[in-house]
Design a protein around this ligand. Structure first.
Ligand SMILES: Cc1cc2nc3c(=O)[nH]c(=O)nc-3n(C[C@H](O)[C@H](O)[C@H](O)COP(=O)(O)OP(=O)(O)OC[C@H]3O[C@@H](n4cnc5c(N)ncnc54)[C@H](O)[C@@H]3O)c2cc1C
Length: 360
């Protein structure tokens, strides 16, 4: 990989999972790509991600991308060399009143060849004795789903992209071209000329888009997690990934040793776009107070740190790939709001197809 590339078919700003998968899909189509990132790969939200992947999308915003994303992760990428999913199963808890919608989604997943079941609270308690689920909740259980080590995935995607991907470690400072036609990206290490540009730089995309007159409103939202070390570990290996739609709690086994990673959706916005190791005592208490209702072993478990980070949030609250017509050649893929990792293979496929059209 060169750090000096000055021209390519496509310039991608952002070496997170969205930019990397798109770049890999572009090189698979025979196109040359320069990925520009000031932090190398996975330096933003991606590197902090919990890596939970599943096909069921209770938000209803991206059901097709979530299912296709899981399928790609199960295939382990183009050459079958990405890390395999830690298939401890994924359990998404929903209010019992929404079970008809969940059952409908499960039928569609099954029709597409995925394994999924709706479980009652009673069935969940029997199957996963460590979990406590009240009767007014139900769960969608996907035995093939689980979580992935995000940095290892990012490295594997970069490797799959091969020599047609050049990684340029620099800050993108503005887009080149006019409001009619994109011509590349200017960076702190010189210009990259390209007839098509993908902005996948999280909130860093906004000022770059503005440099060619495109309004791309994004803000940061706090996303982080805590690590806990439960004293009772007997069935930790059987603990599925859990996402509780009713409280915003989510958790998974850490993977090595005896830790559990747990987070709770935060409404805090406009936080710094930084990834910091550790969590405040207040955050640890906030997370513990919620997750202990589903996994009581965390009520007394000592905290072992965590991550304080962010993701980019679009005004609509969910991510989008947008093909801009002025300037032509510009595609944006931003605003994933805490859920972009599981979607990335499908988002990348879609964005790459649009960029290839722009180049041809
Ligand atoms: C704590 C945490 C847990 C999460 N857990 C999950 C999960 O379990 N499952 C799930 O599906 N999703 C999860 N997410 C969300 C998911 O990680 C993100 O949605 C996804 O990683 C976003 O990827 P991205 O490529 O869009 O952005 P990023 O990974 O943020 O990449 C953007 C890149 O752009 C670069 N950049 C910005 N501005 C510039 C510039 N001017 N010049 C050059 N480079 C620039 C940055 O350095 C960064 O590397 C989680 C997120 C966090 C923070």
């Amino acid at each position: 990989m060169s750090h000096t590339a000055t021209a390519a078919d496509v310039a991608v700003v952002g070496g997170g999972i969205i930019g990397l998968v798109t770049a890999e899909r572009l090189t698979a189509r025979g196109l040359t790509v320069v990925v520009i990132d000031e932090a190398g790969i996975a330096g933003g939200a991606t590197g902090a991600s919990g890596g939970l992947v599943r096909a069921f999308d209770p938000s209803g915003h991206h059901p097709v991308w979530a299912a296709a994303g899981l399928e790609a992760y199960l295939r382990q990428g183009r050459h079958g060399t990405w890390p395999r999913i830690r298939d401890q199963g994924s359990l998404t808890l929903v209010a019992r009143s929404t079970v008809p919608c969940a059952a409908d989604a499960v039928s569609q997943l099954r029709a597409a060849g995925r394994k999924a079941d709706v479980l009652s609270a009673q069935e969940i308690s029997t199957r996963f004795p460590g979990l406590t689920v009240p009767d007014d909740l139900a769960g969608v259980y996907e035995p093939e789903a689980g979580w992935l080590p995000v940095r290892a995935v990012a490295t594997a995607v970069l490797r799959d992209a091969g020599p047609e991907l050049h990684l340029k470690r620099a800050r993108a400072t503005r887009l080149l071209g006019t409001s009619c036609r994109i011509a590349g990206v200017d960076t702190t290490a010189g210009p990259v000329h390209a007839p098509a540009v993908l902005l996948a730089a999280g909130v860093g995309s906004t000022p770059l888009a503005a440099s060619v007159g495109v309004h791309l409103p994004l803000r940061t939202r706090s996303v982080g997690y805590c690590l806990f070390e439960p004293r009772e570990r007997a069935d930790l290996a059987e603990l599925p990934t859990v996402v509780d739609r009713t409280t915003g709690a989510w958790l998974r086994p850490w993977g090595v040793g005896s830790l559990v990673l747990a987070g709770v959706t935060s409404e805090e916005t406009d936080v710094p776009a930084t990834v910091q190791p550790g969590v405040t005592a207040r955050e640890e208490q906030r997370v513990r107070d919620v997750v202990r209702h589903r996994y009581p072993r965390l009520a007394q478990a000592p905290g072992r740190g965590g991550i304080t980070a962010y993701d980019a949030m679009a005004p609509a609250g969910h991510g989008e790939v947008t093909v801009h017509t002025s300037p032509a050649g510009l595609v944006t893929a931003t605003g994933w709001n805490g859920g972009g990792f599981k979607l990335a293979p499908a988002v990348g496929e879609f964005a790459a197809a649009r960029l290839a059209e722009a180049v041809s």
